[in-house]
Structures are given as C-alpha cells and as structure tokens.
Design a protein around this ligand. Structure first.
Ligand code: ZN
Length: 276
C-alpha cells in the first residue's frame, strides 16, 4: 500500500506568504513508513488537518534549503521524537541543511534521529526493506536534489524545484509516477522552475502511468491548475492530476502503460554502490 497525501499545493514566495492555497509539502505512507517530504510552512498544521499523527512520521526528506520546503522541520522533529526523548526516524537532506547558521534546521535536532542520510549525486540509499531512494539532479537557484523513491514495484520521481533540462528528465525514466513542482502555467517559464509546457515534454519523454502536479505559484493558481492538467492530459494522452490541498491518492490504482523500475531491481543495484 502506498498513499500520497498533499498537505498543501502552493509554492514559491508569493503564494506561500499570502497562503493563496495551503503549503507544507506532501506525505508518502506505506505499510511501514510515513515520510514527510519538504515540510515547508504549514506542514505541522496540515498534518493535523489531514489527521496524520505526527508521531507516525518515520522519515523526513528535505530537498533544499528554501523556507517553502523546510521551515516547519523543527516542529515536526520536536513532535515526532517527543522533544528528543525518543530517538527515532531518518532525516534525509542535502548538505546545505547541515550548515546550521544558514539553514532552517536547528543543530540540536539532528541528534534526535536514528539515522542521518546526506544526499549526494549518484548515491543510492536503502532506507528499509520497503523503501529506497536515489537523488535526482536539479537546476534551481540554490543547490538541492529531486528524489526517485522506490517502493515495492512502484517508483515515484519527485522533481523538487527545477527548471527543465534533458539530462534531468532522463533521470525520471523508469518511474511509474511523477510528482512535478509546476510553478508556472503554459509557456510562462521562469528560471529555476517548470511550467506546464515543460510538463508535456517530460511526460512524452518518460511516459509515466500518472503525473501529479503541485507546488503552484501565483500565476499558475490564477490560470487554474485543473485547466492546465486537463490540457496536458489531452495533449499527452496520459493521466495527469492537479493536486489540491488534502488530496489523498493511491497511485497503484492507476493502470500502468509502460514498464517501470522496481524496488527489487533497485536493491540489487545498490549492492555495489555506497549504502548508508
Ligand atoms: Zn526552491
């Protein structure tokens, strides 16, 4: 069982500051894990709104040090570990998050995890028997990573914040589900982010069984993400969903239209590579 729960689907400085829609990233739940991904402003409140017990969280993933991706991380850690009394869970984040003078993450909270995984280019990581991951390159205003998640026979590629590049899209291949941060509608490109037209190109290249769009900026919200998703779906003849606040989705309920990578293959492949 894998479920994706969108805590908030707005992103970027303006839409987050004005709370045009909710913010706070998303959660992936499996039988064994509850993974909070990019817990930006609003994650704590929206976990409660969506009836996800903070103590259930087993892993926190932070792709980069922008406040709309990590500003609630400390309150989440405080809640999930009972203020550090129960050391537990895995923190998965890129190097910059551990530069505590300049990052959202408080130094004292790092010790409250069982395990720390620093994301590095090309480094595949096995987290548990039902969960592995691999960083994906991004092209954004600061350094960070997207993430390829492996669960059983389901592979989910999460773009994080990035602009389009052929090389980056090549890394999404083999994924059954894409979660794309789409800041802008149509062809209204802005440096460091995807727009709807980029999503069409990505889908045509990767042919996933399902694409989920989230992290909408003000121009995307004004254009209405639902209309954007419908147009992309029509043009690509592929399943495309514009996420909304509180959306709970079972990606395995969508039928596959192409082969995808499996956790077992991933685990076999990490044997000869660094495992943390
Ligand atoms: Zn960002």
């Amino acid at each position: 069982m894998v479920k994706i729960i969108f805590l908030g689907v707005a992103g970027g400085r303006y839409a987050t500051s004005k709370q045009l829609l909710e913010t706070g990233g998303f959660v992936i739940k499996t039988n064994e894990r509850t993974i909070a991904v990019d817990p930006g402003a609003g994650a704590l409140v929206n976990l409660a709104k969506n009836k996800i017990d903070i103590e259930e969280i087993t892993d926190i993933v932070i792709t980069h040090n922008h406040v709309d991706h990590c500003s609630d991380v400390n309150v989440l850690i405080n809640g999930m570990t009972h203020g550090g009394r129960i050391k537990k869970g895995t923190l998965i984040a890129n190097e910059e998050l551990f530069d505590h003078e300049n990052s959202c993450l408080m130094k004292q909270h790092v010790d409250w995890f069982d395990r720390i995984v620093k994301l590095e280019k090309g480094k595949q990581v096995r987290i548990s028997n039902d969960f592995g991951l691999e960083p994906i390159e991004t092209k954004h205003s600061i350094s960070g990573f997207g993430i390829k998640f492996f669960f059983g026979n389901l592979t989910i590629a999460y773009s994080s914040d990035t602009e389009f590049s052929k090389n980056i899209v090549g890394q999404y291949k083999g994924s059954g589900v894409l979660i794309l941060n789409v800041m802008r509608p149509r062809d209204l490109r802005v440096a460091g982010h995807l727009c709807s037209d980029d999503v069409e190109t990505i889908i045509n290249e990767v042919r996933p069984k399902l694409t989920l769009m989230t992290h909408f900026g003000i121009k995307m919200i004004e254009a209405n993400p639902l209309y954007e998703a419908r147009r992309i779906q029509r043009n690509t003849r592929s399943n495309v969903v514009a996420a909304h606040d509180g959306l709970i989705l079972d990606p395995e309920s969508y039928s596959a239209d192409g082969p995808q990578s499996m956790l077992s293959e991933f685990l076999a492949s990490v044997k000869d590579k660094p495992i943390e």
